[in-house]
Design a protein around this ligand. Structure first.
Ligand code: GLN
Length: 264
């Protein structure tokens, strides 16, 4: 078995170590004997590459780089991305990437940049004088059926941890929120929601990077991608995640969340 991992704009969108998400997926596949090809979905990529990847990963970006990406991802390439995600290709999108998948991003300076309009959400930066949303973040994933499937993989409540650093505030329309904020700001610091979940696409503000800190999400992406590709139920071999577990425990203690079920 093998998977093609599409990586959105690797050189323009990989703030705060987001490339770690791609490395995490790659290693967790290789440790199980699953072949991996990493396909950069950047300015040089053509539509057929966007249309044939099995899982898509996108990281964050500074406003300037984000604008370049949002201007490039138009036309046939945008249509292929829409088709992939609407059709159930799993993906993990952090920070700048969800802003790109939404209707638009209004930066602190300059003009509104249109997104793909795939996720019913909008993002506005309230201006350079406004404080950024920075710090460790923890949230309980509540989007269904994702939350139930993660529980089956992990045998624990799907609490995700990460690190956020964004100026933009995201407001959800009809798209489902990914999780409920337990610590940190989440989408906008006001409504208590973190991220969004659409089809099989996970959108979040959590860098960290997200997947090494939350290996159950990485395994969900791998399992979902393999099941779609091979049209059969897949059970992944267990890996030794004791180091990730210790790191998670330390962070939950630091955030005064150590008493949550499954983390005591
Ligand atoms: N430029 C966006 C913001 O500040 C995204 C930042 C990021 O991806 N880290 O909201």
């Amino acid at each position: 078995m093998d998977l093609k991992i599409g990586w959105l704009y690797p050189t323009l969108m990989s703030t705060y170590g987001d490339r770690g998400n791609v490395i995490c997926l790659q290693r967790r596949c290789q440790w199980r004997g699953i072949g991996v090809e990493i396909v950069p979905l950047d300015r040089e990529a053509d539509v057929s590459q966007v249309a044939t990847v099995d899982v898509i990963v996108g990281g964050g970006a500074q406003d300037r780089q984000q604008e370049i990406v949002m201007r490039d991802l138009q036309g046939a390439k945008a249509a292929a991305m829409r088709e992939q995600l609407a059709g159930g290709t799993p993906g993990a999108f952090t920070c700048g990437s969800p802003q790109l998948l939404g209707h638009y991003y209004e930066p602190a300076l300059g003009q509104r940049i249109d997104g793909l309009g795939l996720l019913d959400l909008t993002t506005r930066h309230p201006g350079i004088a406004a404080p950024r949303c920075i710090g460790n973040v923890a949230f309980e994933i509540v989007a269904e059926p994702l939350a139930t499937e993660l529980r089956q993989l992990w045998n624990e409540p799907p609490i995700a941890i990460g690190f956020e650093n964004h100026g933009g505030r995201t407001y959800l329309g009809k798209v489902a929120p990914l999780g409920k904020v337990l610590a940190g700001y989440g989408n906008n610091g006001e409504d208590g929601w973190e991220g969004a979940f659409y089809s099989n696409a996970i959108a979040t503000y959590a860098h960290g990077p997200l997947l090494p800190k939350n290996p159950f999400i990485a395994d969900w992406l791998i399992q979902t991608a393999l099941q779609r590709k091979y049209q059969q139920p897949i059970t992944l071999t267990k890996l030794d995640d004791s180091l990730a577990q210790q790191a998670r425990k330390a962070m939950l203690q630091r955030l005064n969340l150590a008493s949550l079920p499954g983390n005591a």
